[in-house]
Design a protein around this ligand. Sequence first.
Ligand code: NAP
Ligand code: GDD
Length: 379
Amino acid sequence: MAKVALITGVTGQDGAYLSEFLLSKGYEVHGIKRRASLFNTDRIDHLFEGHHCKHNNFYLHYGDMTDSMNLTRLIADICPDEIYNLAAQSHVAVSFETPEYTANADGIGTLRILDAVRFLKLIDKCRIYQASTSELYGKVQEIPQNEKTPFYPRSPYAVAKMYAYWITVNYREAYNVFACNGILFNHESPVRGETFVTRKITRAAAKISLNLQEKLYLGNLDAKRDWGHAKDYVKMMWMILQYKDPEDWVIATGQTTMVRDFVKLAFEYCGIALEFVGKGIDEKGVIAKLDFHKAKEHHLDLSHLKIGQELVCVDPQYFRPTEVDLLLGDPSKAEEKLGWNREFNLEDLVCDMMRSDLKLMNKDKYLQEGGYTIMRYYE
Ligand code: NAP
Ligand code: GDD
């Protein structure tokens, strides 16, 4: 009998990679998606063969983390062996704008899942993965951060996730639920949401190289993040639920990089060497060198660019009321007990994202040259 998994947040970055991974392991996968006024299944389109395909092992259900009745009914109907609770309002900056909703979906939403499993008497059958986050460390109390580092959340998102973390621990201790927190550090990919900083950068580097955009506006260039590839990280979600005991785990690369350096790597891929001049809100990323050979490898013509041209500027609208300056994870526990090792390093991640965004933006350029309107998607 195939194991049955239920994934909340199946339309998101991690939901898509995890679905693909679990299907490849022979699971029957059920995903909860929100109703949206447009299709929101782009990331899982290649997995879903439609309701009429008999061999389909992938099922989608409408649902929402703010609707207890819906979640309880779905869990009762699906009776999953494993639940991966990935759904969340996951944007830190947006959580300052929508704090109550973020608390409801990200904090109380987790309680709804845990309590549905208890109420339905599925505790002995069902294991639960909770998508916890390195944002819990916020104003970091030690470097690097491990499972024992005290939390100091710095946003409504992180505070909501802190409730979710502790309610997961509480249901484990109070009712013996096999419930685990994966404290995952930032992980990115070609299907990362477009408003997270890495994807914003790789999309802009591709568009600027193709003469589809003039400048990239960013916020805090000094922030440091421990960036890994989402493909590696979803494997660990599964490993965490296969471990003999329910525990909490830090999943990270152990390497931290400044936003500014990620920008340099992305542009370098296209043959554009940037140097940063000035300070604070007057800092600019300007072209120091153009490598036409490298550009040619990616079929790019950089003749529209000039040495000294400003490509990156700071826009204070992207600053956050309280910032997380530095995240650096210590994944020793996962390395020792789960055998955590990574396929992608930072350079591989940048290459994977740039390759994909150049392909995407080349398609846009082709459409534009053919006289069609292309979306600009500014935020
Ligand atoms: P994501 O791309 O933003 O995906 C979030 C998913 O949650 C989407 O499918 C979204 O649906 C869904 N969702 C949002 N609100 C919902 C609601 N009220 N009811 C039902 N579904 C809802 O996030 P991700 O990067 O894949 O991250 C997955 C999880 O890991 C999140 O909980 C995030 O907070 C956490 N996390 C992420 C990272 C990271 O670096 N990526 C690190 C640590 C923890 P729509 O598609 O309709 O918007
Ligand atoms: N989004 C964004 N946009 N961030 C910017 C920008 C910009 O224009 N300019 C600078 N930054 C800085 C942010 O201030 C932050 O310090 C850093 O880049 C990373 O921002 P995001 O990519 O938005 O990610 P995050 O670290 O805030 O949150 C992500 O990682 C968490 C794990 O640590 C999200 O995926 C969360 O859901 C996740 O929990």
